[in-house]
Design a protein around this ligand. Structure first.
Ligand code: SF4
Length: 404
């Protein structure tokens, strides 16, 4: 939904957008904006200036729709009750009914690391490895933007040095030249100059989890790496203007309740724009194959606690949470609904071409493992329809207005 610029601040680096009376401050790196202009924002960031006639048309459609959604959300988010209900109420009070929906494209499953919890670890020889070509990545992004309507895309891979700064920045530039969107990269601990080149090419988001706030567990499960190195990179990126998405793995063997509380606190103190934590889903070809994963209930309670601790955070329904929920509830839709009803307010949809997504086996049971629809376009449309109908049934608007 486009917002109307009602104030320009910090020499144009930020603007205040108005959405039917709701005002949000967003960052503006790329456009000359004046009061009265219209713009689309994603993740607290202007992604596109919109011509006034196009904005008027879009807003006419949104007006009634938004009012209807608002009233559903207000009815469902009641005060009091269980932990999750309270969290949902707090979510509504602090962030309103907007829910950002990002797409993710997993472009390579090569990784040089050996994390104990991940099926893509270098020593797992049973994975069939793939790399999407630069053209394939740009094409998949273009398809997601033009045909499926996404305005925020995560480009994700294992830590794969085949894609150096030149290659990655060429990909981002090619996408940005045609389609102004929020590009988030999720490429691990690459050399800082790779991130610098990506920033120069127009990428603005970095998805980089710290996995656990417990330094000993970190060293144990990520051999050869330290938590300090990871946090150092996240802080440096944040300091240099990147929008940070980060979080942890819920249920690592040895992690205590106090570790989980520290994980949530650390996420907040890092200034993340979006908290992304997923339950451990043990992969059979990893050292954690026989670990006991957290239940879906524990996952929902952790979402609720994070929301109650930090009311205004964006909290993502991760695909790992969906996977655990799908296995427990034998249903595709209920897990997303339950997570959004426990305080979450962001959704990620996997848009990786199917021939590759089934090979991106970080953990088993992802939807690409189980879905049988042959036609790729119908497969994606169904996925999106499912998410949008869940959002609609909960009164959430699939639009990201930014933080009040
Ligand atoms: S978690 Fe990331 S860095 Fe670790 S093995 Fe998996 S893909 Fe590689």
């Amino acid at each position: 939904m486009p917002g109307k610029v009602i104030d320009v601040i910090e020499d144009g680096r930020k603007v205040v957008l108005d959405y039917f009376g709701e005002r949000r401050k967003v960052r503006n790196d790329f456009y000359q904006l004046s009061v009265g202009d219209y713009a689309y924002a994603q993740g607290g960031f202007v992604v596109q200036k919109v011509p006034p006639d196009e904005a008027a048309e879009a807003l006419a459609v949104w007006k009634d729709y938004l009012d209807a959604l608002e009233s559903i959300d207000m009815r469902l988010a009641e005060k009091g009750g269980s932990l999750r209900k309270r969290a949902n109420f707090v979510r509504r009070e602090a962030t309103g009914n907007s829910a950002c929906v990002h797409g993710i494209i997993e472009f390579s499953n090569y990784c040089r690391n050996d994390c104990h919890y991940c099926g893509l670890r270098v020593s797992n020889k049973s994975v069939e490895r793939y790399r999407m070509s630069e053209e394939e990545i740009v094409e998949a992004a273009g398809y997601a933007i033009e045909n499926l309507g996404f305005r925020a895309l995560v480009l994700q891979s294992g830590e794969d040095t085949y894609y150096d700064g030149e290659k990655l920045s060429a990909i981002v530039s090619a996408i940005m030249r045609k389609h102004p969107v929020l590009i988030v990269v999720s490429i691990g601990e690459m050399d800082y100059e790779v991130y610098e080149k990506l920033y120069a090419a127009g990428a603005r988001g970095a998805l980089l989890r710290f996995e656990t706030s417990n330094g000993d567990l970190y060293k144990k499960y990520r051999p050869g790496h330290t938590l300090d190195e990871r946090l150092g990179l996240i802080r440096r990126l944040k300091n240099d203007g990147w929008i940070i998405m980060s979080g942890f793995i819920l249920g690592l063997p040895g992690a205590t309740l106090s570790d989980i509380a520290s994980d949530i606190k650390l996420s907040y103190s890092l200034g993340v724009e979006m908290l992304s934590f997923g339950p451990l889903v043990p992969h059979p070809d990893t050292p954690l194959a026989s670990a006991t994963p957290p239940s879906f209930d524990e996952t929902l309670d952790t979402i609720a606690r994070a929301r109650l601790m930090y009311p205004d955070m964006r909290i993502l329904v991760t695909t790992a949470a969906e996977t655990i929920g799908r296995a427990e509830l034998s249903d595709d839709v209920e897990p997303i609904k339950a997570a959004l009803g426990s305080g979450a307010n962001s959704v990620m949809i996997n848009l990786t071409p199917r021939k590759y997504s089934r090979l991106y086996s970080i953990y088993p049971g992802r939807d690409s493992d189980t879905e049988t629809i042959a036609d790729e376009h119908i497969f994606f449309e169904n996925k999106i329809r499912k998410v949008v109908s869940v959002l609609r049934s909960l009164g959430r608007a699939p639009t990201d207005l930014g933080t009040p």
